[in-house]
Design a protein around this ligand. Structure first.
Ligand code: NIG
Ligand code: FE
Length: 399
C-alpha cells in the first residue's frame, strides 16, 4: 500500500536521536526532531512501514491511498492509563470544582465499585475506553490494575487488560487496601508476596503510587525491588501531589518512567536529565484536579526526555484524549507544538522502552493517524476539534 498526497508527514526519524527536542535546536533553526517531510508518501508492507519520502519519488503501485492533503502522524503512544474500573466519580469531580481538594482517598470509591463489578462489565468498560482512545489517534495504550487491591481482584484486572494490550502494569500498590488500614506493613507484604506471584504472569511493568497518603520511599523501594526480582520492570507515580522521594527512586532503580513530576527540585530535574528514566507529564490530571502545572520547560531545557500521556482514570483525569493533552501541554506547560507531538508519540514509546512504535521510519509498525488539517500544529492550534479522521494500526485501517 502506498499512501500519497500527505501534506506533512511526521516520521520522528530516530536517526535524529531519542532525546527530546531541545528548545535551542528550534531557536537556532536546526532540524526538527519530528523528521518532517512535506508533500510526502508512506509505503506500508504488511504491518510495517517500508518506505517514507517525497510523494514524487514514491514507487508505483496499484494499491494507492490518497491522503487528500491531510497531515499524517505516528499513532499516539499513551504510556499511562488506569482503564480497568467500574463506576465513575462525578460527585467527587463536582465537589472539586466547588473548591474541594483532590486526595488519593477517592481511589477507595472506585475500588469498591470495581470489586463489585462482573468480569464482563470490566471488560466492556475497558474496550469502550480503548475504542474511544483509538478514535482519537491512540494506537498503543498502557493500562494498570490498582482498583482491586486483593489477590483475586488485581489478578482479574491484569488478566482482562492483557487480552487487549501488551503494555500491562501491576499497581497493587495504588493505595493501602482499605482492608489493611491498621497494618500497612502487612499490605506491603501481600503486594510483594502472594499478590505479586499471582499478578506477574499477566504484567510487563510494576508501578507504585509513591506519595503521602499512599506509599513512602522505603515501601516503594521494597515493592519495586520485589517486582524486579520477578521480572517486572519498574515505573513510578512520582511527585504528583507534593515533593518526595519518587523521582530519585525511579532513577535509582532505572525505572522506564517517572510519572506526573509536578513537584520537582533541581536535584530531581538533574537526576532525570542524566538517566534513561523518562519524565511522563499528565496534564489531564492537573486540569481535572485544578492543580499547578508541571514545569515542562525546566525538564526539556535540562535535557530530560519527556513523554505526554492522559492518565485516563475516573478520579484525577477522566480523559482518553491525547490531542486534548497536547493542547494543554502547549498552552499551559509551555511546550512547543513540535515538542508536544514528539512527547505524545516517540516520548511515549521511550517511556515504554519500545523502538518499534512512536515513529514512522522503515521497520516500525504502521500505526498512524490522519489529521483533517495540513499539519500536526493544528492539534494545539484548534483545541477541542476532532481532527483525527482516520487511524491505521499494524497496517490496517481501524477508524
Ligand atoms: O495517576 N495518582 C494515583 N493514581 C491516579 C489517580 C487515581 C484515582 O484518583 O482514581 C493518578 O492520578
Ligand atoms: Fe496514574
Amino acid at each position: 500500500t502506498v499512501i500519497t498526497n500527505i501534506a506533512s508527514l511526521v516520521t520522528n526519524d530516530p536517526s535524529l536521536g531519542w532525546g527530546s527536542p531541545r528548545s535551542s535546536k528550534f531557536e537556532s533553526g536546526g532540524s526538527s526532531p519530528l523528521g518532517l517531510i512535506q508533500d510526502a508518501a508512506v509505503v506500508i508492507d504488511g504491518d510495517r512501514v517500508a518506505w517514507t519520502g517525497e510523494s514524487s519519488k514514491a514507487p508505483a503501485t496499484d494499491n494507492r491511498v490518497d491522503a487528500g492533503g491531510r497531515a499524517v502522524i505516528p499513532g499516539f503512544v499513551d504510556s499511562h492509563s488506569h482503564l480497568v474500573f467500574a463506576g465513575d466519580r462525578t460527585q467527587e469531580f463536582n465537589a472539586r470544582m466547588s473548591g474541594r481538594a483532590y486526595s488519593a482517598g477517592g481511589i477507595r470509591t472506585t475500588v469498591a465499585a470495581t470489586r463489585a463489578a462482573s468480569d464482563e462489565e470490566l471488560e466492556r468498560n475497558l474496550t469502550r475506553y480503548l475504542r474511544e482512545a483509538l478514535r482519537q489517534g491512540t494506537t498503543t495504550m498502557e493500562t494498570k490494575s490498582g482498583y482491586g487491591l486483593t489477590v483475586e481482584d488485581e489478578t482479574r484486572a491484569l488478566r482482562i487488560a492483557a487480552h487487549h494490550t501488551d503494555e500491562v502494569t501491576y499497581l497493587g500498590a495504588h493505595i493501602v487496601s482499605p482492608d489493611y488500614t491498621d497494618d500497612p506493613a502487612a499490605y506491603v507484604a501481600l503486594v510483594t508476596g502472594d499478590m505479586l506471584n499471582a499478578c506477574a504472569p499477566y504484567a510487563r511493568w510494576i508501578d507504585v503510587f509513591c506519595e503521602k497518603g499512599a506509599f513512602d520511599g522505603d515501601q516503594a523501594r521494597a515493592i519495586l525491588t520485589a517486582g524486579k526480582a520477578k521480572g517486572l520492570h519498574p515505573r513510578v507515580h512520582a511527585n504528583q501531589l507534593s515533593y518526595g522521594p519518587g523521582v530519585q527512586l525511579a532513577v535509582e532503580l532505572d525505572a522506564a518512567s517517572a510519572d506526573h513530576c509536578t513537584h520537582l527540585t533541581d536535584a530531581d530535574i538533574d537526576a532525570l536529565a542524566n538517566s534513561a528514566t523518562v519524565a511522563t507529564l499528565l496534564p489531564g490530571a492537573e486540569f481535572s484536579t485544578r492543580a499547578e502545572w508541571p514545569n515542562a520547560r525546566r525538564l526539556l531545557d535540562a535535557g530530560a526526555t519527556v513523554a505526554l500521556s492522559t492518565d485516563c482514570n475516573p478520579g484525577s483525569s477522566f480523559t482518553s484524549s491525547v490531542p486534548f493533552c497536547i493542547a494543554l501541554a502547549v498552552r499551559d506547560m509551555r511546550m512547543t507544538p513540535d515538542e508536544a507531538l514528539w512527547s505524545a508519540t516517540a516520548g511515549g514509546a521511550a517511556a515504554l522502552r519500545r523502538t518499534d512504535i512512536g515513529h514512522l521510519t522503515p521497520g516500525a509498525y504502521a500505526d498512524l493517524a490522519f489529521l483533517d488539517a495540513p499539519s500536526h500544529v493544528h492539534l494545539a492550534y484548534r483545541p477541542g476539534v476532532p481532527l483525527v479522521s482516520e487511524v491505521w494500526r499494524r497496517g490496517v485501517r481501524e477508524v
